[in-house]
Design a protein around this ligand. Sequence first.
Ligand SMILES: [Zn+2]
Length: 681
Amino acid sequence: MKRNELAIAGFILLSLAVCSCNTSTKTTTGKEKEFLDLTAMDSSAKAGDNFFEFVNGGWIKKAVIPPTESEVGTFLDLYNSTLDHQKDILDEVSKQNNAAGSLEQKVGDFYASGMDSATIEKLGYDPVKPYLQKIEAITDVNGIMQFVAEQQTMNNNLLFGFGIGPDDKNSSMNIAGFYQGGLGLPERDYYFNTDAATKVVVAAYQTYIQKIFTLTGDDSATAAKKMQALYVLEKQFATSHKTNVQLRDPQSNYNKMSVPELDKRMPAFGWVSLMNTLGVKTDSVNVGQPAFYAKVNELLKTTPLDTWKTYLRFHVLNDAAGALSSAFVNARFDYVGKALNGQQEIKTRWKRMVSNTDNNLGDAFGQLYVKKYFTEDAKKRMLELVNNLQVAFEARINKLDWMSDGTKKIAVDKLHAFLKQIGYTDKWRDYSKVTIDKGRYFDNLISCSKNDYQYQLSKVGKPVDRTEWDMTPPTINAGYYPNFNKIVFPAGILQFPFFDPEADDAINYGGIGMVIGHEMTHGFDDQGAQYDKDGNLKNWWSTNDSLKFVAKSKQVIDLYNSFVVLDSVHINGSLTTGENMADIGGINIAYDAFKITKQGQDTTRIDGYTPDQRFFLSFAQIWRSKEKDEYARMLINVDPHSPAMYRVNGPLMNFAPFYTAFNIKEGDKMFVPADKRIKIW
Ligand SMILES: [Zn+2]
């Protein structure tokens, strides 16, 4: 549901753009489980005015966002209960006597090293000092690029984004890609916007930079001067950056270049030596955003060496801050946690370290996780659901009144070619080269990063393995990958309230069914529709059908542009088009698939609600959430997903069966006349 794409920008943000539920769900006493939390509803709200509030309003009124969180809701609840499961595993393996080099030893000792706060505290920023000394010794531009390349081999996307993935126009082969990067704020517009909320974030970032310099030996006047120089440099990078909306055009992100050509166009990089240090042996690479590289090329020649060294110094410390002593951890938290995410307090150490273990040793930890918390039965039931959705989607495509038969046939072929991945990978990643020592947290992180980099690097110029996973098993998310033409559902999302093998179909189709439909639609959203069934960026549309599709996309953009989130902040319709299309398509497909089931054709009420009503209630329940304002503002700027309320109300106001199920009439706030409703897939 959150689209997982090759990292284009260097900044990592969203965790969960969504919701929660504290539901009374599984009762321990009786045999019956309650799958809908009726106490969360707002009896004073009208279904037709705001369905999201009708279903979740009672809960929203009472929900309190804990000081350590940016939001509360269904996703967070599930995330936290999954963290508890993961912690149980880690507590157990970290206390065992494991054979040296075994997965259990690596996973257990990694976690233990991260929990050893006394050692970490004592070391201060000692682990970074060798890198800072290297920066001090740099005397020219070649030295800068050499250092940057070395950091990239430790997975620090310093100065620019770098990654390996399928070639957009030859999707069976992997290619190395260079992307715009270098910023410490979430995206370019933060450097230019002058509204009050942006100013608060910029001030927090600048304070953080100064703090990092004072913590590593500068007096406050020097730190302020360095911060200014660094910020001006980043702002110049930002002038060349594409906006998040411009980045949605895959054609313009495809610029294959040979190394000699790069050297001719941007000689300051010293590409031959850069590629050598990166370990990339290939004739050509993709440069996602050439304007950024041209700008850096210019700045390498015009910006004083000292400013560059200041820049490197801060970003190496910034990358490491979370693994250093509490002064560094807290400085970073004041910026990222408080100013960007709206958290008041940092999450407890064990939660951070469980996530870090998952991030760094995902496939090792994941093996222990699925053994304990995933069943083949769940996988089987899920595959049935996915297959039913695929059948429903095919029928919808064949019935479309705006698409020609020729294009329909190709669309159906693409749908049939989907690879479906459920639960976890068949081929676990190898960690034999990773060394983990209980007393050396920082070195453990470096060892994992280097291993991951070498793994990615080994793919350059080789055929693409379509079955490879990039989400770890406990991840509560799902994805569609255009180059692989595949949909992926990790074990983490196959839990209540998305999915429960014992729930009635209305619950599962309104929950995980909607998620499946959403991911399938991504294969046909404004971006996905530009890729063919083999994952190549290649037009398969007739001109006329393509024009109609673009006009429909425009309707989606206009509708979501009209939704106001906070004071004067509204959704960016262009940034969120793909996700909104997937939400609108997803509910259609999930509903059609539900109608194939026995319950879908029945009228028996449960808890006083018809099967159709339960389907919609389940859908609105999975998106239950409440966010801190700071967090909501940041998401509006960077997240391609709409806020939860509009992920529910937007699709439903365009969906006829919802009108019937809840008797929505003219005069209700969600009412849209039948001929004005958006119908795409
Ligand atoms: Zn999505």
